[in-house]
Design a protein around this ligand. Structure first.
Ligand SMILES: Cc1ncc(COP(=O)(O)O)c(C=O)c1O
Length: 338
């Protein structure tokens, strides 16, 4: 299928592509995997993914680079993180080499859907691992499906990095919505839907979670990590066992060090936010979203320029997106050719 897409104006929603790739784990081993054109799955009504949330997903991107090649950004990191999650919720593990191979195969089979260089778009890659066999007593499934779907997505920001407003709800349970900590469990995101919708309803783009015990320390935003720049130019980000180890955050930290900045991964209190010069949410979808206002009840924290992005975050954004599309040297071998 040759897609007729308006590359410059893609959003962030599902677009049907040629196929996804699907592997089955049965009798203790994975099959060879196959490309499947129908975007549907048939499984047992008592599958553990449906009843007990034995399911996990990942998210990464493929880019058309300046030299015309298609490259994935740090797929090994996603493979490793999925392994951590699989172990935590007792699922069959996807070997890292199989993970990267699966992603490469499905991207190659959907080459025509990778937005062109310069459009600002990319092919979003969504690996999913689920328990599919019947289990009525609580226990892990005996069979699993590992699939990877892809969909073209646009630049999150047309015409520059737009700052957004965030909210902290003191009347919500602040246990991180992703509860099990450090893992990306699919079902757990459902508990973040209500605060997220409420935030939107009240005019905020994102919600910020504090620690569950003392409500004192910053954890992360609903679907992204928290990063800040201090007034003397240090990169700070929370240390916590209940947030997702973001691959974007890891990459930004390395780039910040390479640009001569000090990087601090440490507990950050809500009270110190007004002392920061710049704040952002970071993750695969947007790389960096500047957050210039955080509202918590009667308190309003304003940080960074009212319009646009602060200079340090903008520099980091340009650098990382430059590496992704081959405009900056890939010093660490992060980009993997398809
Ligand atoms: C809860 C949460 N935190 C952080 C992130 C950012 O992680 P990454 O940079 O690996 O995309 C995500 C991305 O999906 C997320 O869902």
């Amino acid at each position: 299928m040759i897609p007729k897409l308006d590359w410059e104006n893609l959003g962030f929603s599902y677009v049907r592509t040629n196929c996804h790739i699907q592997y089955i784990w049965r009798d203790g081993r994975w099959d060879e995997g196959k490309l499947v054109s129908e975007p549907f799955l048939s499984m047992h009504i008592a599958a553990t993914s449906l009843h007990y949330g034995q399911a996990a997903f990942e998210g990464l991107k493929a880019f058309t680079c300046k030299d015309g090649e298609i490259r994935l950004f740090r797929p090994d990191m996603n493979g490793r993180r999925l392994g951590t999650t699989a172990r935590r919720i007792c699922m069959a593990e996807v070997p890292e080499a199989m993970f990267t191979d699966a992603v490469k195969r499905v991207v190659a089979a959907n080459r025509d859907f990778v937005p062109p260089y310069g459009s600002g778009g990319s092919l979003y890659v969504r690996p999913l691992l689920i328990g599919t066999s019947a289990q009525i007593g609580i226990g892990p499934a005996q069979e699993y499906v590992f699939l990877v779907l892809v969909t073209p997505v646009g630049a999150y920001y047309k015409g520059g990095l737009k700052p957004v407003r965030a909210v902290v709800f003191d009347d919500y349970d602040r246990a991180a919505p992703h509860g099990t900590g450090h893992v990306k469990v699919a079902g757990n995101y459902a508990v973040s839907l209500e605060p997220h919708l409420l935030a939107h309803h009240r005019g905020f783009s994102v919600e910020l979670y504090l620690d569950a015990k003392e409500h004192k320390y910053v954890e992360e935003f609903g679907t992204s990590n928290f990063i800040g720049i201090t007034k003397d130019g240090r990169y700070v980000t929370p240390q916590s066992h209940s947030i997702l180890p973001s691959i974007t955050n890891d990459s930004l930290q390395q780039v910040a060090r390479d640009l001569g900045m000090a990087v601090e991964v440490r507990p950050i209190t809500f009270d110190e936010l007004p002392d920061l010069a710049e704040i952002a949410a970071c993750g695969t979808a947007v790389v960096i979203t500047p957050v210039n206002e955080i509202v918590r009840g009667d308190r309003v924290v304003r940080v960074g320029p009212a319009e646009g992005c602060g200079p340090t975050l903008e520099k980091l954004y340009r650098h990382v997106t430059g590496i992704q599309v081959g405009e900056q040297p890939d010093t660490y071998g992060w980009c993997v050719k398809v």
